[in-house]
Ligand binder design. Structure first.
Ligand SMILES: [Fe+2]
Length: 494
């Protein structure tokens, strides 16, 4: 058996070497194009490889250990001058863990001001688990969370969620941890990592799932950041519900067959969920002003959904609700829930509230996940959806490397992919709207990318008005940002 100390030590050495290499490559004349010199430099400073072959601890998934403060960042191209604020992304960061989802949350942020990138910082979320130096989640303790899955900014608070447990608040001015956030004691349990903010009301809608009946709670926080609604929702079992959807009049819950597995829990798993062939796959449409008794449940095919792209009430048919989400054909996670290689496809679900029937149709044949839209159109009819193109399949259980960013035009049915370029590994791009204009494509798709040519990461800005073109700006970082989960934009004026 491998000595964990040895492995941790190896990873630390790898991270240190990479950080140094990134700095050295900022020398004049080092091109950001693909070049042999860049690859040669990387081969001298290889990415960490876990001795046990765990993909989430290898290559650019491997953690970094130093909390850095970097200024004087080099920018190639022109950053949008209208963007003043913080771009931050979070992921799982732990030297020795048996699942990608189970690691201490670490934020990686870049502050933008008037066309300049002022700084890069990375900071752990200083959760109770992190401070106690443990990775033992305690589901009965709401402060027990890795807080590593996704951030959101609402009501003046920058929150990170770990899906299980309460959110933590971070100060966007320096990424320091403020502490547990529970709406002044009004929130007692878990909060999903994927709340939705209604752009028309400013309300944030979210849910939390639990291991005890009724297994699900639905919440609404108003624009001022006060928790004003909490409704129990009855489910037949504790399911892993990673995301949901909102429309102007409805919310949609995913009661799908990845279910709490008692035997795994007894065996000591921190992530005891697996496919349950006996669990009926359903999606539930609830009027936003209704409750548990008003939900219409629709039996769907055996599938699982990690991420929603968007949903809306059909303007041409008041009895129809439309959902676009990335659908994994089941069964999924039967033998191992460490396997993230199974593709998902953008799928349209149409729920007829009168006939109580649902149709499911694959929109295209591109393996796609991490769906995004201009968030000014969350819950409303929209034309353009974005996601990561996973056409390059993984040969093992690892999440495949995204080839690029897909844009799907729901009006024409066409999809295009803007590719990352050789040696560049993208991750989820979020759409940041242009504060100075309000068209659907007025904004930028922004993501971190690991660039093998520089042995370091970059923050890329793609202009959504000119989709398909190369990034308009790259912030070259002197460090490696491990591939994480989700990001957020926190505007200064908010
Ligand atoms: Fe997610």
């Amino acid at each position: 058996m491998t000595n964990p100390y040895s492995r941790r030590r190896f990873l630390q050495l790898g991270a240190t070497a990479l950080a140094g290499a990134g700095g050295a490559l900022l020398l004049p004349g080092c091109s950001d194009n693909n070049n042999d010199r860049g690859y040669a430099n990387c081969s001298r400073n290889p990415l960490p490889q876990d001795a046990q072959g765990r993909w989430w601890l290898s290559n650019n998934y491997a953690p970094v250990f130093e909390e850095r403060d970097e200024v004087g960042l080099k920018v190639r191209g022109e950053l949008p001058r209208a963007l003043n604020g913080l771009y931050a992304r979070i992921g799982s960061n732990m030297a020795d863990t048996d699942h990608w989802f189970l690691g201490h949350g670490m934020f990686h942020g870049v502050r933008l001001q008037e066309g300049r990138a002022l700084w890069y910082r990375n900071r752990y979320i200083h959760t109770a688990l992190r401070e106690a130096g443990t990775d033992d989640l305690n589901p009965s303790d709401p402060v027990s969370s890795f807080s590593n899955v996704a951030p959101i900014y609402h009501g003046g608070h920058l929150l990170t969620m770990g899906e299980v447990g309460l959110p933590y608040e971070t100060d966007p001015s320096d990424l320091s941890t403020v502490g547990v956030f529970d709406y002044g004691g009004a929130l007692a349990g878990s909060m999903t990592a994927h709340p939705k903010i209604d752009p028309l009301t400013g309300d944030m809608l979210f849910f939390g799932y639990d291991f005890r009946p009724p297994f699900l709670m639905f919440y609404r926080a108003n624009a001022a950041g006060e928790l004003v609604e909490a409704k129990p929702i009855s489910l037949p079992a504790s399911v892993m519900m990673h995301d949901f959807a909102i429309t102007r009049r409805h919310v949609i819950f995913y009661d799908l067959p990845v279910v709490f597995n008692f035997n795994m829990a007894v065996a000591g798993s921190n992530f005891p969920f697996s496919w349950d062939f006996d669990h009926l796959p359903r999606m539930g449409v609830m009027p936003r002003d209704g409750g548990d008794a008003d939900i219409q449940w629709f039996e769907v095919g055996a599938n699982f959904v990690f991420h929603t792209m968007n949903a809306f009430d059909n303007p041409a048919d008041p009895n129809e609700v439309v959902l676009h989400a990335s659908r994994i054909d089941g069964p999924f996670w039967v033998d191992s829930n460490q396997d993230l290689s199974q593709p998902s496809y953008l799928t349209e679900y149409r729920f007829n509230l009168v006939s109580t029937t649902v149709t499911e149709n694959r929109i295209n044949d591109i393996p796609l996940d991490f769906g995004q839209v201009n968030r000014g159109l969350w819950g409303q009819p929209y034309r353009y959806g974005y996601g990561m193109d996973f056409s390059e399949r993984s040969t093992g259980p690892a999440l495949a490397r995204p080839l690029g960013i897909v844009r799907h035009d729901h009006q024409t049915g066409n999809s295009e992919t803007v590719r990352a370029g050789r040696g560049v590994s993208l991750e989820e791009a979020i759409f940041i709207a242009d504060p100075e204009s309000g068209g659907e494509t007025d904004g930028w798709l922004v993501c971190y990318a690991y660039n093998e040519n520089r042995c370091a990461s970059e923050l890329l800005f793609f202009d959504a008005r000119d989709f398909g073109a190369a990034p308009i700006a790259r912030v070259e970082l002197p460090v490696r940002v491990p591939h994480g989960f989700h990001g957020v934009w926190v505007p200064d004026a908010a």
